[in-house]
Design a protein around this ligand. Structure first.
Ligand code: SF4
Ligand code: SF4
Length: 359
């Protein structure tokens, strides 16, 4: 597994990190097994968050025995100092550690939120205090879409790491200016959603046939071939995902010819992505008070719409398997502001309900 220096943190991290966002979807035993496997295969960076439901607790089950073999990063969506302090104490308990290596202000994705976290009594103040107390070693920030906020955060010199979403689709437009700018400031650059939240992968039956997923491998290689990127943290919840992702850590950079080939094969997907339309399956809209699992419903819709004719049934079967369906949404709109992809979730659920009702 190749390693790189994580900007001004000075940490030497594996170029593939373990994204723990999907751990709530599997049991504690499964989670412990795949995290252990990831560490055995050379991953030394685990990224979780206070609001990834029970992800931190599952990571903590491994850290209690292997804390000195990896760095752990987590995040808080608190905007004020007292909220962040509370979140940090919970994270330390969940992760069974007395120190977080990289503590990130989570989803600071618009100017108002940025102002709140940076203000006196804001979340950054508490993060700095925690750093002075030795509870946190480094402070980072994660931002979706808002390039102005990214620019401001980079220029502020307050953050040692920046996490942005980036893949060959470059859905949030960070490749040209933001990532090089962060690197220029010697920030560690962490890439979330290097597979565009699962958009960049083959349908499971095709992957099974090939024994690996060339789209996944190519996309991850694309991301870590960018010299301004430190590491990518694909979300993992299966052993084969861990093993497949880790292979990329040992591969050389993509050649120009390979990049052209990859982008050509992704060309059709690239055209399909538009802000407000594609669910990144981040799970931030969860939990819904009605129990509606929007990302799974949107996944079923995508499968039905995008898979070849002989595989469309997989989308229908996924939707049929759900106990709580799209029409159980009561349009309370509580999830709306949580969605970093700008999806009008209740409207899209209604469309999903109509789609599957008419098949
Ligand atoms: S709008 Fe629908 S999906 Fe969103 S939280 Fe309300 S009930 Fe759940
Ligand atoms: S609907 Fe939005 S918040 Fe929910 S999983 Fe998809 S992208 Fe994330």
């Amino acid at each position: 597994m190749q390693k790189r220096i994580f900007g001004k943190t000075g940490l030497e991290v594996s170029i593939i990190g373990f994204g723990a966002i999907k751990l709530p979807g599997i049991s504690k035993d499964e989670a412990v097994k795949i995290i252990n496997r990831a560490l055995d295969l050379g991953i030394n960076y685990i990224d979780t968050a206070r609001n990834y439901r029970d992800s931190e607790e599952k990571v903590g089950e491994v850290l209690k025995d292997r804390r000195n073999e990896c760095y752990v990063a987590t995040k808080s969506t608190a905007r004020d100092a007292s909220g962040l302090t509370k979140d940090l104490e919970t994270s330390l308990r969940n992760l069974q550690t007395d120190k977080i290596d990289v503590y990130q202000l989570h989803t600071v994705s618009d100017g108002d939120t940025y102002k709140k976290v940076m203000a006196q009594g804001g979340a950054l103040e508490a993060a700095k205090k925690a750093k002075a107390q030795g509870k946190v070693d480094h402070i980072g920030i994660t931002i979706h879409r808002d390039l102005d906020t990214m620019r401001a955060a980079i220029k502020s010199n307050e953050f040692e790491t920046l996490m942005v979403a980036y893949s060959p689709l470059d859905q949030e437009g960070v490749e040209e200016e933001i990532i090089p700018m962060a690197k220029e400031k010697n920030m560690g650059v962490v890439i979330m959603k290097p597979l565009s939240g699962g958009l960049l992968c083959l349908p499971e039956p095709e992957r099974e046939k090939l024994g690996k997923d060339p789209i996944v491998v190519g996309s991850l290689r694309y991301v870590v071939s960018n010299p301004n990127v430190t590491l990518a943290i694909p979300g993992m919840q299966r052993m084969r995902e861990v093993e497949e992702n880790v292979t990329v850590g040992n591969m050389p950079k993509l050649t120009d010819e390979e990049v052209t080939e990859l982008l050509k094969s992704l060309g059709s997907m690239k055209k399909e992505y538009r802000y407000g339309q594609v669910c990144l399956r981040c799970g931030y809209c969860q939990p819904c008070p009605q129990g509606v699992v929007a990302p799974t419903i949107f996944r079923a819709v995508d499968m039905y719409k995008n898979y070849p004719d002989n595989l469309k049934h997989l989308g229908i079967e996924l939707y049929s398997s759900l106990e709580i369906k799209a029409d159980d949404c009561v349009e309370c709109e509580q999830c709306l502001e949580k969605c970093p992809a700008g999806i009008n979730i209740p409207v899209r659920l209604k469309q999903a309900s109509e789609l599957f009702a008419n098949i």
